[in-house]
Design a protein around this ligand. Structure first.
Ligand SMILES: [Zn+2]
Length: 89
């Protein structure tokens, strides 16, 4: 029995949810401006004016020095729980 709304096929719904989640993940990740590759964790990422980010493999293709270079961190970097020991007084 129809409820008066638009009928959506179950497979279409799954496909749309998958597209939405992949789009959300790709929106926040780094990518190289030259080759489009996503740099690996631990790889250096070079930032030029713009800001334009270039991966380690494409860096030799540019003559100018980058404004800064940074390591690609895991998405959970900075969110880990660390045990701190108290000093005995
Ligand atoms: Zn690249």
């Amino acid at each position: 029995m129809a409820r008066g709304g638009v009928a959506i096929d179950e497979q279409d719904l799954e496909r749309e949810l998958l597209r939405k989640s992949v789009g959300a993940l790709s929106a926040t990740r780094h990518h190289c401006a030259d080759c489009g590759r996503t740099p690996l964790i631990g790889e250096a990422l070079h930032v030029y004016a713009g800001p334009v980010t270039v991966c380690e493999l494409c860096r030799p293709l540019r003559r100018e020095a980058p404004e800064r270079s940074e390591r690609v961190r895991h998405s959970e970097y900075g969110h880990a729980v660390r045990v701190r020991r108290r000093l005995a007084i």
